[in-house]
Design a binder for this molecule. Structure first.
Ligand code: G4P
Length: 533
């Protein structure tokens, strides 16, 4: 087999799963690993004897709270393709982490609960995918439970997401009447077997070709008529699957199944391998000149999309997650950080095979490696052999909760500034320093992030802090010509602040206030997200 960087990149599929909590992301992750041969038995992803915890739960706080705070990566080699599944936190308070992880994904699987359709968190994450032009594969889960009419579900995808749904399969019934699905392209029926009355699971029968009386073994006459008519109607009513439209983000192929019963999961994995895109060129600058880094380029390049502390409680190391954009990475290689010029020897990179953490010997575009370091690497850093390449920054999203933070011991105020800056650099929080006054305002997407922050400030920096309500509810990055910006800032001194990179941020009491000032200052843009320089 060829191992040129281009050929290796072409067989990579790097994707993330987005869903509303409880739609079945964890169960699907586990069953995809099972389908890909990465684990042998269900139950391996959730730690033995403990519910609802995946292997990514390394942090102490995660173990205490039983939720997945931080994202990790699961890599498996299957059917000639290398899949990198980027795990995202299950809890919506950590959606900032999810947003960033999506910047490292080439595709996303959107899991919908068949009874609930598109839920708020699904919509939010979908919007981030759209912002990043990430193609979406839809998996309608829990067909073994009473589901909404599949036509209604497709309609909802069309109307709420403005995405053309292209079903590749069509379900026969749902819940107690769920019998399987038609494979529309291959004209087959894939039967679903209920568990035996004694609760044993024999697995599902082999697919059968349509024609003659082949369906009679699985469906009664009324059921046959229903599924055939539904399939005919849906094919007339929806556009046929068009890979280009999918890659451009206008269309989503739709799969049906039951993650829990491992039904439809093999088909989903096959679809991902077949249709999801391999890594593509990434816009960048080299010595200030715009360029596009191609996966097959010789130079090893990549960007850090996530930094995680405390993966191993015995060490104070941080692990920086590097998404490779080009070249053939080999262990021991030296890479340079573009903005600091620092050189690092990557002697102990970690690759995340689902079964365990292993040392990576080599990796290609699309792969993610973990680089242990002591704070040299930051989210958004560009790494390359020459040190000359710079990728467009990762976005920061406007926080949804803003609080004032105070340290109990006033003598430690300086220490607090340093600690908060550290956490902000890691991406744990967003930090805003008001132009007037000495307080810090910290922003997060969810309440739980403040608890993580307090925990880490206490454990790692020996700082007892108090979070207090702030008068602000919204933050917007300001973009304008210098004179317009100064004019605005002068008239709104009390509400101006700077983020950790010194960029001006307007703090507002409400979204309404932002609308109000934006109308009066048309030359100033109030941005909800910022590409980190
Ligand atoms: P999440 O990561 O998206 O939050 O969802 P998760 O996989 O944890 O699934 C949420 C619940 O839905 C779990 O039940 C899980 O067993 C169930 N589930 C997932 N996929 C399917 C499916 O295809 N069919 C059915 N019937 N149920 C499904 P739970 O009772 O909350 O948790 P547990 O006690 O089973 O772990």
């Amino acid at each position: 087999m060829s191992t040129s960087p281009a050929a290796e990149a072409a067989r990579r599929r790097t994707f993330a799963i987005i869903s509303h909590p409880d739609a079945g992301k964890t169960t699907l992750t586990e069953n995809l690993l099972l389908a890909g041969g990465a684990i042998r038995a269900a139950g391996a992803v959730r730690a033995r004897g403990e519910n609802r915890r995946t292997r990514s739960d390394w942090m102490k706080i995660e173990r205490e709270r039983g939720i997945s705070v931080s994202a990790s990566v699961m890599t498996f080699d299957h059917a000639g393709r290398m899949f990198n599944l980027l795990d995202t936190p299950g809890h919506e308070d950590f959606s900032e982490d999810t947003y960033r992880t999506l910047t490292a994904a080439d595709a996303a699987v959107m899991v919908l609960d068949a009874a609930k359709g598109i839920e708020p968190q699904t919509l939010k994450l979908f919007e981030v995918c759209r912002l990043r032009d990430i193609p979406i594969v839809t998996f309608i889960n829990k067909m073994d439970r009473e589901a909404q009419d599949p036509f209604a579900l497709l309609d909802e995808i069309g109307s709420k997401l403005a995405l053309d749904p292209a079903p590749l399969y069509w379900p026969a019934g749902s819940g107690g009447r769920f019998k399987g699905m038609l494979d529309l392209a291959r004209q087959r029926f894939i039967p679903f077997a209920k568990k035996g009355s004694d609760g044993t699971d024999e697995g599902h029968p082999e697919p059968v070709a349509l024609g003659g009386n082949s369906l009679a073994a699985f469906l009664d006459e009324a059921e046959q008529a229903e599924v055939e008519e539904g399939a005919m109607l849906v094919q007339e009513a929806s556009k046929p699957f068009d890979r280009q439209a999918f890659l451009e983000g206008h269309m989503t192929p739709v799969f049906f199944g039951s993650a829990l019963r491992h039904f439809g999961v093999d088909q989903l994995l096959e679809g991902l391998g077949e249709y999801a895109p391999p890594p593509k060129g990434v816009p960048a600058t080299r010595g200030g000149e715009p360029t596009e880094v191609q996966p097959g380029d010789k130079e090893v390049t990549g960007f850090i999309f996530k930094v995680q502390a405390n993966m191993d409680p015995n060490h104070r190391d941080r692990i920086a997650f590097l998404r490779l954009a080009s070249g053939k990475f080999s262990r021991g290689m030296k890479l340079k950080v573009q903005n600091t010029g620092k050189q690092i020897s990557v002697n102990a990179p970690v690759m995340f095979f689902a079964s365990d953490r292993e040392l990576a010997e080599e990796a290609y575009a699309g792969d993610v490696i973990g680089i242990p370091n002591h704070g040299v690497l930051r989210v958004g850093d560009s790494l390359s052999e020459s040190g000359a390449l710079r990728f467009a920054g990762l976005p920061n999203f406007a926080p949804e909760i803003l609080q004032r933070v105070r340290v109990k011991d006033p003598l430690k105020a300086k220490h607090l500034a340093k600690a908060l800056t550290g956490l902000a650099e890691e991406g744990v929080t967003q930090l805003f320093r008001p132009d007037v006054g000495a307080d810090f305002i910290v922003g997060a997407v969810g309440q739980l992030q403040f608890e993580v922050m307090a925990d880490r400030l206490a454990n790692e920096y020996q700082l007892e802090v108090i979070f207090e309500p702030s008068p602000y509810a919204e933050a917007r990055w300001l973009v304008a010509e210098r004179a317009d910006l100064e004019d605005f800032a002068n008239k709104h001194k009390m509400q101006m602040s700077a983020d950790i990179d010194g960029q001006p941020v307007f703090l507002a009491k409400s979204a309404w206030e932002i609308g109000y000032v934006a109308e009066r200052y048309p030359k100033v843009r109030f941005e909800r997200s910022k590409e980190r320089a």
